[in-house]
Design a protein around this ligand. Sequence first.
Ligand code: HEM
Length: 374
Amino acid sequence: MLFELWKHPRPAAPAFRHGGQVVVASHRLAREVLADRERFSAANALDAVVPIPTGPLRELAAHRFRLPATLANNDTGTHGPIRERYGEVFAPARVAALRPWLTGLARRAAAGVAFRLRAGEAVDLDAAVSSEIPLAALARLLDLDVSATAEVKRFSRAALELFWGDPTPERQRELAETVGPFHALLRGWAAESAGATRELFEEYGEDAATAALFFLLVAGQETTSQFLTLLLHRLVEEPTLLGFESAAIVEEGLRLLPPITSWRRVALRDTELDGVPVHAGDSVLVWLAAAGADEGVAECPAAMVPGQRGSRRHLAFGAGAHRCLGSQLSRLEAEVVVAELAPLLPRCETVTAPVSDRNLSFRMPGPLVVRLRR
Ligand code: HEM
């Protein structure tokens, strides 16, 4: 299994078999697989990569943990109406209206970091900047009262490790002990929810509303947090990039440092991808990071050149019917954070570079500790 795709060079073959699945690495094939619902389904999107043994499964079941098809893993007739509801929550106008508030958050975070750096401290930008802003924005748009920020972050990372990581059975048990109770808490939030989640609850039931919140709380903030840490690290290492507009920097970051390096589909029937036979039921791993750096996508595909032609042609947000609903939100968050930290980053040096855990899809970087240059 390709658990640390970011460590592998981009492969020459557009498609190949590896560890029991078909891997697709070219931009053309990646788009094709993501968008073709006749041949490929998103039903396996949230399946645990390492099967969960009976003990941890029992732990999850004790908390009535269920992930019925709702958003990312839903290729049934309910996907369209559910997506439409959340599409309104994350509509461009609602997202754009957050700009002044997000700018305030990012400015305060940047001021706090500057103060600590000037006092001679080494500061973890992951904790001080990346981790809280995306969750605060998500909670605001979903009208959730998320006061237990640290709890939500702990739960999200546990869920990403349990479903996409490479945990031992012992670790799976520990992770289930975090994910199960949190899922039970989400049931309560779903029952008391307003807006889109309330409508989902009434129309499709408690399990569907809880599953939607589960996915949104993980995908709707942890991804952007991870992206921010990866991008801030790159900017500390290569401050000349800060000469470009923030939005252009973010786009190149998404193309070359996507926080979700791969995403899965399952083949619905026997087919082939560039000569590689694919059998019904095969898992197809779409290597989003390789697709973004493919020849012909951008003028200099392997180099980070903000604003270059083709910069937006990446597949960091997937493609087709399941394309990310939060793309505008995460772009705005990242743009504002980069703009607010831009004056500070060239004066910083890395003390601890973020290290990513073993994971099939998510980068999950650890702390990014910086200090003022000496
Ligand atoms: C940099 C940050 C983010 C990245 C890289 C990202 C990436 C992705 C990817 C790769 C998919 C799967 C697309 C496919 O199957 O073709 C997806 C789906 C989704 N994302 Fe994001 N995402 C990010 C942030 C967000 C945010 C902030 C939200 C919500 C506020 C969000 C909500 C969703 C939803 C609801 C789906 C499922 C859509 C559907 O199945 O119809 N994402 N995202």
